[in-house]
Design a protein around this ligand. Sequence first.
Ligand code: CS2
Length: 497
Amino acid sequence: MKETIQLKQENLSRFAETMVVPTYDRSKVKTGIVHIGVGGFHRSHEAYYTNALMNETGTLDWGICGVGLREGDRKMRDILKDQDFLYTLIVKHPDGKVETQVMGSIIDFMLSVDDPMAVIDKMANEETKIVSLTITEGGYNFHPATGEFMLDNPDVQHDLVNPDQPKLVFGFLTAALKKRRDSGLPPFTVQSCDNVQHNGDMTKKMLLAFAGKQDPELAEWIEAHVKFPNAMVDRITPVTTPDDIELLKTDFGILDGWPCTCEPFCQWVIEDNFSNGRPEWEAVGAQFVLDVTPYEKMKIRLLNAGHSVLGLLGSIHGHETIDGAVSDPLFAKYLRAFMDAEATPVLDAVEGIDLDVYKDSLIERFSNPSIKDGLARICLESSAKLPKFLIATINENLATGGSIKYATLVIAAWCLYSDKGVNRHGDALDIVDEMKDELRRAAEGTGDDALAFLRIESLFGDLAGNERFTTLYTEMVNAIYEDPDIARLMEKSLADI
Ligand code: CS2
């Protein structure tokens, strides 16, 4: 049996023969970036680009200090700390080929629940030039239907009166920016890496709403000086499994407590709009552009929405993974029909991108049998995702008279999924959603009032008042409650002219 070695800085040279490891001197790396939300995606994307930049150009100014805002981040912090913040990136190709590489760009990790002031100080440190975020769609605290900051969130109320002990991201950013302003330092850039359309503009709007309540003068300074680049981020990153840990052990002799797996494809399109310098990520494949709007809309409305279409319909049908769902010819056909007939007509042209080729490439990526992206991950926090991924497309098609049937069936399926929590065979589904109880309560009313689910105004806006939508939805939701054989309804939608 192969000897197994713990992943750690002092052991790095022992891996160098079997695997690509950082070639830069990690002890000399400065913390240019403080990143909030170190999960799989940050580790396969921003940390990956930054590691590549340090390896290829030798620049050492942009090391990353991770920050976890929740108690739930402790496990990742503890595991990474034990291995000097090193981790293995396992890139899985469709033909079964596996590429592994040790990432060294994260050089520290703090938990704000242990010491919020230390996190504020780190952000306020002169060396920090960027505070980047992957806090998920829900972390931005905007009202899904109106897009306004939700001041009544109890944690926001807490943060407004406890500037030194914040819980949420906006409290930390405000406190750190205040420190910088008061000590005459230039502000950091606030860089969102989440799948939110206009993620930079949205972050700015939310931060200004919070800071404006706490310290209006500071809010004016933030508005005038802090930059919030918009960006489109993309790399499919499934949840790490025990098999991934085992693979490293048996095939490579590495003990890594929390590796990160992802697909080979990787894209980052960033608006070149920074307050205080930036890494040359373009040297390692990122694109800097003047306007990312068309890219982000294309990605969210095709890739992320496509995932949700497969995720919700597939969960009810009994599929477990994206590749499993898309290898089912009916699901593949349905996905393409949704993309062609509903998502594409409301997209803007993207210079240099052929949308048909883009859609083909998405289906190819979804088909990667090595990725095994679980539908449970895709359906996680659907209430924070669907308003922007899917409901926005329905609304735009309602305005133009375009097709809505494919997306409407997904909403009807979401109602059944939220109500019953089982697939069509009666097996329990693992539903994780901040709004889980509210969704279930509303969905439960469907028997008496077919539109009960749609009456959650914060998600659906005034869709319950749109006759064209409600007629179709009522027909579909009644049919699905009568018989949850979703395939039959998908076939019917595909057959209807
Ligand atoms: C997924 C995304 O969370 C989701 O619903 O669609 O995590 C998706 O895999 C990434 O955005 C890919 O870039």
